[in-house]
Design a binder for this molecule. Sequence first.
Ligand SMILES: Cc1cc2nc3c(=O)[nH]c(=O)nc-3n(C[C@H](O)[C@H](O)[C@H](O)COP(=O)(O)O)c2cc1C
Length: 342
Amino acid sequence: MSFIQKLKQNKQRPLFVLAPMADVTDVAFRTVIAEAQSPDIFWTEFVSADGLIRATEIGKYKLKKDLLFDKELQRPIIVQLFSSTYQYMYEATKLCIELGFDGVDVNMGCPDKSIEKQKCGAAMIKNPELAIDVIKACRDARRDFCLGGDNADFSVSVKTRVGYNAVELDTWIPILLEQELDLITIHARTRKEMSKVEADWSHVKTVVKMRDEWAEKNPGKVVPLIFGNGDVLDISDAYEKCKNSNADGAMIGRAMFGNPWLFKDIENLNASEKFIPSREDRIKALIRQVEVFDKELGDVKSFAVMKKFFKTYMTGFDDAKEIREKIMSMESAGEVIGFLKN
Ligand SMILES: Cc1cc2nc3c(=O)[nH]c(=O)nc-3n(C[C@H](O)[C@H](O)[C@H](O)COP(=O)(O)O)c2cc1C
């Protein structure tokens, strides 16, 4: 049984997890989140399996930075990969098992043209045979390289949308259910909708129902958990959305911007008061994130990646705008840290 299934059994409530977000949920942001309050599960940003296996040494060095995580604090953690080639997915999953990840998730929802050109991301919805193939690659790698083989704790999951141009749950979900996944996360929009319309969690409810009916007809098979994703505002909203859709969990993305403390509210699900960070909390968190960014990623990522966080942290207190404007004009981590510490 995978760690996800065990976690769900232990918690007896919906699971609240961190969404994969490219250039956002990197090791630096995850450090700040973990030090505030960890989610039930972390996700990495998506990483190209082909790149991890085929790139030049420098290319591999850069990509492996996306696989960095604190082995004590940032746990459990699932790595998200994309590929349309069995062999690369198999080898990249092996690498991630060796690096100590708790599971692998296949991206089947990304609408980015450069990803779809590689027949990856949301393009997988249009090409189920490829989707089946890369999921099999992950499962085969688990069987071959995990202690315990098919029964290892290591999870294999998919994050997808409700369809490509239109809702296609009736055809797409039965295909995924047959793959004996541990988890399917449903981003409650089609590919065509991108993020422009409101996420429709009634689709999550439909998928949970399909899963339950499928499980009844298929005793003995691995039954995936179903997580919903899209437009969750905070923990109480996530809880409500899970209650209404019967989802096993909620995956939270953009609500994390400037709020690494979001998962603190898991501890007081029944309390009406939300945790509100102080000015000092915000400044300290930003300092910490800039420090880790500089140490771990400074040699491969542009400082602009870090700068987009400044606005999200420096808000909600009197001199926030003043501080923000000041640090936006700075070009190095040292300068920003020095200024904030003073
Ligand atoms: C900046 C950014 C980067 C993202 N990168 C990824 C990614 O690497 N993999 C993925 O599956 N989804 C990615 N997403 C989509 C989110 O995981 C999530 O599905 C989407 O934002 C909807 O959830 P939310 O409303 O809670 O943000 C990204 C979204 C944003 C805003």
